[in-house]
Design a protein around this ligand. Sequence first.
Ligand SMILES: C[S@@+](CC[C@H](N)C(=O)[O-])C[C@H]1O[C@@H](n2cnc3c(N)ncnc32)[C@H](O)[C@@H]1O
Length: 402
Amino acid sequence: MTPWISIIGIGDEGLESLTPIARTLVDGAELLVGGDRHQVFVPATSAQRLTWKDGLEAAMDVMETWRGKRVVVLASGDPMCFGAGANLQRRFLPEEMRVIPVPGALSQACARMLWSQPDVELVTLHGRPVEGFNLYIAPRARLIVLSRDAGTPAEVAGVLRQRGFGPSRLTVLEHMGGEKEARVEGTAEGWTHEKCAALNTIAVECLPGPDAVMRPRVPGLPDDAFVHDGQLTKREVRAVTLTALGPQPGELLWDVGAGCGSIAIEWMRAARGCRAAAIETNPNRCATIAGNAATLGVPGLEVVKGDAPPALAQAPGGPDAVFVGGGVSRDGLLEACWKVLGPGGRLVANAVTIEAERRLLDFHQIHGGDLRRIAISRPKTTGSLTIWEAKAPVTQLAARKP
Ligand SMILES: C[S@@+](CC[C@H](N)C(=O)[O-])C[C@H]1O[C@@H](n2cnc3c(N)ncnc32)[C@H](O)[C@@H]1O
């Protein structure tokens, strides 16, 4: 099948950014698809026009009716970099489409900043909550941020200030390549530009101030990184639990009896594209989980309010790993979690009470797995002396489905 959909990347300078081949495809289009900003670059031809104004799905439905005709989609920069190409390939077959990119926001911004592309991290806030930016803040990190709108730079500066990274340098690159190209610079702490041009990309060099809050991506954040009511898997136990769960990029975790959500949150922070559902029965804790997820840069964490096992039916299907931190002694809970896992899926469960531990031992007798006991003591000062105070030991079962 010859491709009938051509996805053409276009720069802010308009048609002159196109290669001769891309230009020929645009000139010969029977249906021209794209946002208003891109459509105005193309003078009136016999091609019919279609915009995204009714949503992506609706536009793709219309495109289906043009199957086999010459359909051209205009998208900014590199269509495979958070652009239309990445969305269209979910609906259409590879042999139906061709993509011709021009340098996108990432390469244009790096060219202007003289930053080496492999040394920067690309973050998109386009259609996503600004809280997600928290995940990427680290000393000396260089970030290229795709903006949602004119107010995004001020929001990014606000998040940096909140984290104590006020000295960070922001360079807002407006309309790169176009006639209205401009640059706005400043530090997060001195930021006064409430609005920039709506089309902008932000280059951020993260620099900590004296009170900067460090949040390494390695599991085992300090306990006070989370708002909690005591229902928190403590730092050391959390670190061991995450290593047992072994997050891999793009995997899905169910955190059953999530408390303040610390395991699900650290799972999502650990590897690119990791997703998680926190299943929690207490409504106050559900609100806390969502708040913690936002502050710690993973606002996409799904909170499922309800009692497990029945509530498990509400969670997104096909988890790669399940952690049971609460409710281990509930009838049928461990078995229900084991059942949803596919081959290679991991089940990790922590028990503090004797009743819960008994369930783990019974489960272990049938299904095997690794058992371990984690006993943590922390120093406690009484008067002028300090003793070791033992925390309740945790029994952990980690099993892998054959
Ligand atoms: C949905 S993303 C698409 C990115 C696109 N695929 C690319 O590679 O440039 C849209 C974001 O890209 C950035 N962007 C695209 N073109 C730009 C330009 N000419 N100048 C500044 N930013 C641009 C803006 O941050 C905008 O919000």
